[in-house]
Design a protein around this ligand. Structure first.
Ligand SMILES: [Zn+2]
Ligand SMILES: [Zn+2]
Length: 405
């Protein structure tokens, strides 16, 4: 207690407003605002007489009298976009921060709160009162950064996340926009000036609609993995999250947008289950390792004894698959060996040299290579077991096992 009286005595020697005086004892008691706390401290002065609050303050220079003005700036900025909650941050003039640190050092205060904290709280409360929206610390939809020196406010709008699943009915459609390799998006003869390798993508058919309705500035497509361009995505569809940066609208009629996407995407892409999502879910989707089920059409290069197809089920049940990075992806992936498990394989339609398989495999299995063996880089393979080289003619994803799998 005597330490606190020393601090109070030191502090009362200076011209400090009640805010700056009270903040020196911010951690002593709860339930009081710093301003009230400062008023109380004036009565415990060692001289046993109340010290009046001075007109000026040598720490903040009267900054707290400007809270109303800062609040006004925030409220004006907040009216330009939709948000349900917010947080206020402040950038305090350097000389005020220095004066405060000097005061801590001189007075020996150890239970104080920095001016930034009190200013954030004061403006936050005033904005709450003015707008009726609550302060949110964990996941604010907007963060207002007040610069107290230049009287400016910058609004950081949280991105909007929308989850859904897509099916893809085209063998000429990549999942995401694919900039031209030659010109990297600027436009060149190779890409016909379009700047991209493919006219369209799943992203192109889903993202812009959300971007437009949310009145955002940029849109990103996060898929739970991706299928090859020439593979269909059927069954329960592939999970994705679209991220819209700087949205001015957040409360979207997702059912209506879903209908709009499905009616304009023609027969190429279909989405379902659009609902609000979070950044955490994007992380979960990016790191998910769901097993997938494929329907693979294969053509063998020679006639063969169909009884050999029975060996496939047995061999793959007993042996994990060793896959060295396929040549076709070696330019963008490290060369390494991965071991995957075929969880189930069924022989479907058999017509001479043409066979359809249904394969359920671990996440990350190279299915085409599992079929043709990739010149020995994948072992065992269907071609190896049957003893005849084969080619994949069609590959479709028919189930993603992320739900209770
Ligand atoms: Zn002050
Ligand atoms: Zn180009």
């Amino acid at each position: 207690m005597s330490d606190r009286l020393d601090v109070a005595g030191q502090a009362l020697e200076r011209t400090l407003c009640n805010h700056c005086l009270g903040r020196l004892f911010a951690k002593v008691s709860t339930g009081l605002a710093n301003e009230q706390r400062g008023a109380v401290v004036r009565f415990v002065s060692p001289r046993r007489q109340a010290v009046p609050e001075p007109a000026a303050c040598q720490v903040c220079g009267g900054l707290f009298s400007e809270v109303g003005k800062f609040t006004e700036l925030v409220v004006r900025s907040s009216s330009t976009f939709e948000h349900a909650n917010f947080l206020v941050g402040t950038k305090i003039d350097a000389d005020i921060r220095e004066a405060e640190e000097q005061l801590w050092a001189d007075s020996g205060a150890s239970e104080s709160e920095p001016i930034k904290g009190e200013m954030n709280r004061q403006i936050g409360k005033a904005v709450e009162a003015a707008t009726g929206k609550p302060v949110e610390f964990r996941n604010p939809e907007a963060v207002f950064l007040v610069d107290t020196m230049f009287d400016t406010v910058v609004a950081n709008i949280a991105p909007l996340f929308v989850y859904g699943r897509y099916r893809k009915f085209s063998r000429e459609l990549p999942q995401t926009r694919w900039p031209c390799r030659e010109c990297r998006g600027k436009g060149c003869p190779r890409c016909g000036g379009r700047g991209k390798m493919y006219e369209n993508s799943v992203q192109d058919m889903v993202g812009p609609a959300l971007l437009r309705h949310a009145e955002g500035e940029e849109e990103y497509f996060h898929g739970m993995g991706r299928e090859d361009i020439d593979a269909l995505m059927l069954g329960n569809g592939r999970p994705f999250v679209v991220e819209v940066r700087r949205p001015r609208r957040r409360s979207l009629d997702l059912a209506a947008i879903q209908e709009e996407i499905n009616s304009t995407a023609g027969n190429l892409v279909e989405v379902e289950g659009l609902r609000p999502s979070t950044r955490e879910e994007v992380r979960a989707i990016k790191s998910a390792s769901a097993p997938k089920t494929y329907r693979v059409s294969v053509r063998f290069q020679a006639d063969f004894d169909h009884r050999k197809l029975n060996d496939i089920v047995r061999v793959l049940a007993e042996n994990p698959i060793s896959q060295h990075t396929p040549n076709r992806v070696a330019h963008r992936r490290a060369r390494l060996e991965r071991v995957r498990k075929v969880r189930n394989i069924e022989v479907g339609n058999v017509d001479g040299r043409e066979v359809v398989f249904v394969v359920e495999a671990d996440s990350g299995t190279y299915i085409k290579e599992l079929m043709h063996g990739d010149e020995g880089r994948t072992r065992p393979s269907i071609a190896e077991i049957v003893g005849v080289p084969c080619d994949v003619t069609e590959l479709d994803v028919i189930w993603i096992g992320d739900e209770g799998a």
